[in-house]
Design a protein around this ligand. Structure first.
Ligand SMILES: [Fe+2]
Length: 192
């Protein structure tokens, strides 16, 4: 099974032209890598590549008018080059409820919850005076979860659903640390 990161990064940059989606993809990759270390260390590469490529078809399909196209197109592209495996394809489909693919595995659940938390943490970082993720504390993530009007597009139900696997505050800490580690790649300079 091909899980080569260089291949995946090249594919991402070829298919996705929207800059913030590329950054989002790196953020979800980083979160999925840490979740794999906790739940399925032997398959870290599979989890990381699932995160990196979950939105690969963002610019390839008109998902705004046809939400169920988001996911299947990614799987089609990955199958063409024999990248990944069926567990990856299933998780990519299941992260989009419009595909009506059920969440069965731990990998499915982690992408479903890990996808929105990256955008949510991003939004929290931007309200700090320095607009930097390095200022964000775990406490402010849990607090903002209850403010439903803040970053309303970040799916609270999806993020809370991680609690079938781990406490939410541990998930928030893991995701925040994952994003801080790659902060420069996702648009946040390291503090001096
Ligand atoms: Fe996403």
């Amino acid at each position: 099974m091909n899980l080569d990161r260089e291949t995946a990064v090249a594919l991402l940059n070829e298919k996705v032209t929207t800059e913030h989606i590329i950054r989002h993809s790196y953020a979800v990759e980083a979160v999925m890598r840490k979740l794999a270390q906790k739940f399925d260390p032997e398959n870290e590469a599979l989890w990381a590549m699932s995160g990196l490529l979950h939105d690969l078809d963002n610019d390839l399909v008109d998902w705004q008018s046809n939400p169920s196209l988001h996911g299947p197109k990614t799987v089609e592209v990955l199958k063409e080059i024999a990248f990944g495996d069926e567990t990856m394809y299933h998780a990519i489909l299941a992260h989009n409820p419009a595909t009506k693919t059920s969440i069965n595995t731990t990998l499915d659940r982690c992408i479903y919850a890990g996808d929105p938390i990256t955008g949510f943490i991003n939004a929290i970082a931007l309200v700090y005076p320095d607009k930097n993720i390095h200022s964000v504390k775990v406490k402010s993530i849990t607090k903002r979860m209850k403010e439903t009007r803040f970053a309303a597009g970040a799916d609270r139900e999806a993020m809370w659903s991680i609690e079938t696997l781990m406490p939410f505050n541990e998930f928030a800490e893991l995701a925040l640390n994952a994003m801080k580690e790659i902060s420069e790649e996702i648009g946040f300079p390291k503090p001096e």
